[in-house]
Design a binder for this molecule. Structure first.
Ligand SMILES: Cc1cc2nc3c(=O)[nH]c(=O)nc-3n(C[C@H](O)[C@H](O)[C@H](O)COP(=O)(O)O)c2cc1C
Length: 485
């Protein structure tokens, strides 16, 4: 009998390896290690096949292994967190063996090989696929730009730096369905005329690195990669936040210190080693195989007017049901937090939510009706970014939170431009004083001015957006800053 046990980092942290070892001792048990479905609050989630489809045992402990199968498992369709999702990009995560190349199939790449490069790009344009890494730039336009540049050497780079605290969708693709990323990159390479690609992964993702390396070897053996078509290298970054910024990432790939390059020129025209380079996020690439198989119009039929398709939301913080949720764009923040996240645990009351990583805005309860899509977030004064949603309860000291975000930027600034390097350090000093109840009105006026300067003059979005969490915290929770010692 097959027993499916996740091998994902979060599931392993919850004890999945020990559970797998205990289940292996059951007579006739065949253990299949999968990725995770992303319902982290249920991990380790052990699954079995039933005539009605997969069914699961939640929060399994090793000592339960001997008697586990005597209990009735819950059909996956009856777990609302999973049943309410629309899973395409994460369709295999938690279900298949991530390294089973035959089960994966590579049917989209097979189809793409029968299509011309321009047809592939047209399909991505019709899909209206926007980048999932943060800036939401249309992937089809980026690919077209690189295709149209005359150059014998071009590159395709997957940005797997995933630096936003509270985000993990890239990791889950790489650990749970690595061939999907490889296939998306290989299709892109064919579309733009590149023969070489890199997956840039931060060193804090050791399991993802191992699985991507193993997957690349298997894809090569299966003829899906190769020197004639597309060669793929897995590159390990040292884990600086700025190396997620595409030009700093390229510097790092070239073996230099990760520092931002001025744009233009954009990487699509002058990227790695000065050659035309497509840099896309892992989830962006992983969305491409379905677009090729089902057609761009299928993708464009989901979502809102300007945010098409689905988005993997990553729920974290003070929430009952933390985990990854893939849904079409358009549901509200409230639905994400309460319908999927199950709301806050007992004793906690909602205070604030931060969306879009450490550069994203912090919203109060009044903004929970904001629909999750790129443009409504901008209208509401925030960013959707990479889809990280972190919830805070009534115990959160907003001054400490504001200082935390500015400290993050002060630590992570690459130091190349003065507004970000010096501005974030001075802003953090003011917030240090705020936490102690010592900041004056003049200090806050200076903080605002620093924020404006950083926003309008920084070289990249690290300095440009760093003032946003602080600005929104002060806008919505300003009273807490009036406390004096
Ligand atoms: C400070 C900073 C950090 C970033 N970190 C990431 C990251 O970890 N992963 C990512 O995909 N994009 C990140 N980006 C965005 C990239 O610069 C770039 O827009 C993205 O990789 C393009 O891919 P996409 O269009 O598919 O989103 C970051 C940007 C900035 C300014």
């Amino acid at each position: 009998m097959k027993l499916y046990v996740p091998h994902d980092t979060t599931a392993v942290a919850a004890g999945a390896n020990r559970v797998a070892d205990a289940l292996r001792k059951l007579p006739g048990a065949e253990i299949v290690r999968t990725g995770s479905r992303g319902a982290f609050f249920l991990e380790p989630l052990v699954e079995v096949d039933t005539p009605a489809g997969r069914a699961a045992y939640a929060n399994v402990q090793p000592k339960q292994a001997a008697t586990l199968l005597k209990k009735k498992p819950t059909p996956i369709a009856q777990i609302p967190f999973l049943a309410q999702q629309t899973r395409f990009t994460f369709a295999n995560a938690g279900i298949t063996d991530p390294l089973d190349v035959k089960a994966y199939g590579f049917s989209a790449l097979d189809k793409a090989r029968g299509m011309g490069p321009q047809k592939l790009i047209d399909e991505v344009k019709t899909a209206q696929l926007r980048g999932r890494g943060g800036a939401a730039f249309p992937a089809g336009i980026k690919w077209q730009t690189t295709k149209d540049v005359q150059s014998p050497v071009k590159y395709v780079v997957a940005n797997a730096d995933e630096g936003d605290p509270g985000t993990y969708s890239d990791r889950m693709i790489m650990e749970g369905d690595p061939f999907r990323l490889i296939e998306g990159m290989a299709i892109c390479a064919r579309a733009v005329g590149a023969k070489k690609g890199y997956v840039y992964i931060r060193s804090e993702y050791p399991a993802a690195i191992r699985r991507m390396r193993a997957a690349a070897v298997r894809a090569l053996e299966a003829g899906m990669l190769g020197p004639e078509s597309f060669e793929l290298e897995i590159f390990i970054g040292a884990g600086a936040y700025i190396c997620g910024e595409e030009t700093a990432l390229l510097e790092s790939l070239e073996g230099k210190r990760g520092m931002v390059r001025p744009k233009p020129p954009f990487p699509a025209i002058e990227g790695l080693y000065g050659k035309p380079t497509v840099v896309n996020n892992v989830v962006t690439f992983a969305t491409v195989p379905d677009i090729i198989l089902r057609g761009g119009a299928w993708h464009a039929s989901m979502g809102t007017e300007k945010s098409k398709g689905t988005m993997p939301l990553q729920l974290a913080g003070c929430i009952k049901q933390a985990g990854l949720v893939e849904v079409p764009f358009g549901l509200t923040l409230e639905e994400a937090i309460y319908a999927f996240g199950g709301g806050l645990p007992k004793g906690s009351r909602f205070k604030a939510v931060q969306v879009g990583g450490p550069l994203g805005s912090v919203f109060p309860e009044a903004l929970l009706k904001t629909r999750i899509c790129f443009d409504e977030f901008i209208k509401a004064g925030g960013i959707l970014g990479h889809g990280g949603i972190v919830v805070f309860d009534q115990r959160t000291d907003m001054r400490v939170l504001a200082r935390h975000y500015m400290e993050f930027t002060a630590d992570e600034s690459c130091g190349k431009c003065t507004p970000c390097r010096v501005g974030s350090t001075r802003a953090k000093e003011i917030l240090d004083a705020a936490v102690k109840g010592e900041a004056t009105d003049e200090d806050y006026a200076l903080l605002n001015e620093l924020g404006d300067t950083m926003k309008s003059t920084s070289l990249c979005a690290l300095g440009g957006l760093a003032p946003e969490p602080v600005r929104t915290i002060m806008q919505y929770f300003g009273k807490e800053f009036q406390k004096r010692r």
